[in-house]
Design a protein around this ligand. Structure first.
Ligand SMILES: [Fe+2]
Ligand SMILES: [Fe+2]
Length: 351
């Protein structure tokens, strides 16, 4: 350690101060500071923090214990080791000295070599502690820096994901009759239902992002089917069903959040197992898909499609209610009705 240690000598008797100061100055590399009483100590340490204090106990006004106590109460000085130096040799004084935070106790008259050995031992300890502290500080600074880096990268990945989702939405919208606002609304209803269901913030954020891709697989369905005004014949319907498989294939890369694929693949499954294409039922259908299902169907009901007029809110809600436990998860259906006013508001604000 290159730094010069500072030792503060506190004694009301000038001769004692000088004696101690001359020993420390002569026999060690330390810089010596001196104070004749407690108030001088408290003033001194405002500007300079010593590495060790040699503190007399019996002094007028503030005694050594009181000085020690006020140093221990201050954050900036509480770690300075204090060695009491006193002519009091009784056990009680010694115990009191340690109670007040002293690290050592030297009785007067002292032996010069013993004094130096004790002072050096305490300084060595203090220097090691300082070193450890600055290493820890360096480590935590580095940790903070790394955390910032990770956060920045995460933000960047989030932005890229958003951009890719938007690109896919646009591809979807180019060849489908659905409007951009249909997928916005489905996203918002889904986020609302997920929140009402008690999903955590991250889940809500993800479902808001990926719900819009539920029909992205329609890019693989021929226009003649997609834009057919009337009802599908069975063969056309089979072909139409493939949009969920195509969507799942588009979003199935391991690098994409699996929620995206789950929504695309399972948003036509029904709670009672009569949906497509897997025929899953109940909890086997991922929550995100069960949510998007009810959001998507409701929005299809209340908006005009090539094959139908827009239904009124009442009629659409009646249909949703009838399908509780059949097409839809019963719990989510209940939540849907709890939130139906907000859902209606979303519908009107995203026309
Ligand atoms: Fe669909
Ligand atoms: Fe849809």
């Amino acid at each position: 350690m290159n730094k010069t240690n500072k030792v503060l000598i506190v004694d009301d008797v000038a001769e004692n101060r000088k004696l101690l100061a001359s020993i420390i100055a002569r026999e060690t590399d330390c810089t010596v500071m001196m104070a004749a009483n407690g108030s001088v100590v408290l003033e001194l340490i405002e500007n300079e923090i010593p590495d060790l204090i040699l503190l007399d106990i019996m002094m007028p006004d503030m005694d050594g214990y009181e000085v020690a106590q006020s140093l221990k109460e201050k954050e900036s000085t509480q770690e300075i080791p204090i060695v009491f130096i006193t002519s009091m040799t009784d056990m009680e004084s010694k115990i009191m000295a340690f109670k007040k935070g002293g690290v050592d106790y030297i009785t007067k008259p002292f032996n010069k070599n013993e004094l130096l050995a004790r002072v050096n031992a305490q300084l060595k300890l203090k220097n090691l502690q300082d070193e450890l502290k600055s290493k820890n500080k360096m480590l935590s600074d580095r940790e903070i820096h790394l955390t910032h880096l990770v956060e920045e990268k995460t933000r960047k990945i989030g932005k890229v994901t958003h951009a890719l989702v938007t690109a896919l939405e646009n591809a979807n919208l180019f060849n489908d009759n659905d409007t951009g606002n249909h997928i916005r609304r489905v996203s918002e209803y889904s986020a609302l239902l997920a929140e009402a269901y008690g999903a955590d913030r991250e889940f809500v954020k993800r479902i808001r992002l990926f719900a819009s891709l539920h029909d992205v697989g329609k890019v693989g369905i021929p226009d003649s089917i997609l834009k057919k005004p009337g009802k599908y014949d069975p063969e056309e319907f089979e072909q139409m069903k493939q949009h969920v498989v195509i969507g799942a294939r588009m979003l199935g890369s391991g690098e994409i959040d699996p929620m995206a694929k789950n929504i695309a693949l399972y948003h036509h499954e029904k709670w009672n197992g009569t949906g497509y294409v897997q025929g899953l039922s109940g909890d086997a259908i991922p929550l995100e898909a069960r949510i998007v299902t009810i959001a998507d169907v409701y929005d299809a009901l209340v908006t005009e499609r090539v094959y139908k007029e827009a239904f009124s809110r009442e009629k659409a809600e009646e249909i949703i209610g009838r399908e509780r436990g059949k097409h839809f998860d019963p719990d989510l259906t209940d939540l849907f009705f709890e939130k139906s006013d907000v859902i209606h508001e979303i519908k009107n604000s995203l026309k």
